[in-house]
Design a protein around this ligand. Structure first.
Ligand code: URA
Length: 209
């Protein structure tokens, strides 16, 4: 599908299967989400620009590649986005972080904003939006809209699971924002959950109900 990368790496798929299993503990789920996030981060940053710089190793001088160009912002859609955020920051600790607080109105399934904080210089950075579940895409679409209003111009969206309905809606609203996911599942149910999915990502991360 155009603009959508499904990350089929065996480690990602193996960890995802354990996360889907309803017997997996809260601690196990959180740990696996953090681990998968580093692998997703590896993929979404695969094309970052490098430049040769002069350094001295203990054995002498060399030219070696270092990142140049745009710095990163990770934008976490609260609260489940924080599970992916931790793993991303493990890999890119110097990145800046934006937080977008949205909750799903259980009746209308629309996104309602309660918190927004983003770095001042977001316009000059690559913004990687993280939210584990791209279900109806209402929150993802709203989060990206708010980030664009704040000046973000170069964005990518990373999730763990997507529903085909969510992918279609997100791509329709933000065709300039590519999606990275570990799986596109079968469909959304009448409550807006991804099937077969893994349940409520936030509840499974934090042991709430
Ligand atoms: N959010 C979740 O946490 N799980 C779903 O299946 C859909 C939205």
């Amino acid at each position: 599908m155009d603009g959508v990368t499904v990350i089929g790496h065996p480690l990602v798929q193996h960890k995802l299967t354990i996360m889907r299993d309803k017997e997996t503990s809260t601690a196990g789920f959180r740990q696996l989400l953090r681990e998968i996030a580093t692998l997703l981060c590896y993929e979404v940053t695969r094309d970052l620009e490098l430049e040769l710089v002069d350094i001295d190793t203990p054995l002498g001088p060399m030219q070696a590649p270092m990142l140049v160009g745009k710095k990163l912002v990770f934008a976490s859609v609260l609260r489940a986005g924080n599970g992916l955020l931790e793993g991303m920051l493990d890999l890119v600790p110097a990145a800046r972080v934006a937080h977008i607080g949205l909750y799903r109105d259980p009746k209308t399934l629309t996104a309602v904003e309660y918190y927004f904080k983003a770095p001042e210089d977001i316009a000059s950075r690559l913004t990687i939006v993280v939210d584990p579940m791209l279900a109806t895409a209402n929150s993802a679409v709203a989060a990206v809209e708010r980030l664009k209003e704040r000046g973000a111009k170069d964005l990518r969206f990373v999730c763990l699971l997507a529903a085909p309905e969510g992918v279609e809606r997100f791509r329709g609203a933000h065709p300039d924002v590519p999606i990275y996911t570990a799986s596109i599942d079968s469909h959304l149910n009448e409550k807006g959950y991804i099937v077969p999915g893994l349940g409520d990502a936030g509840d499974r991360m934090y042991g709430t109900k």
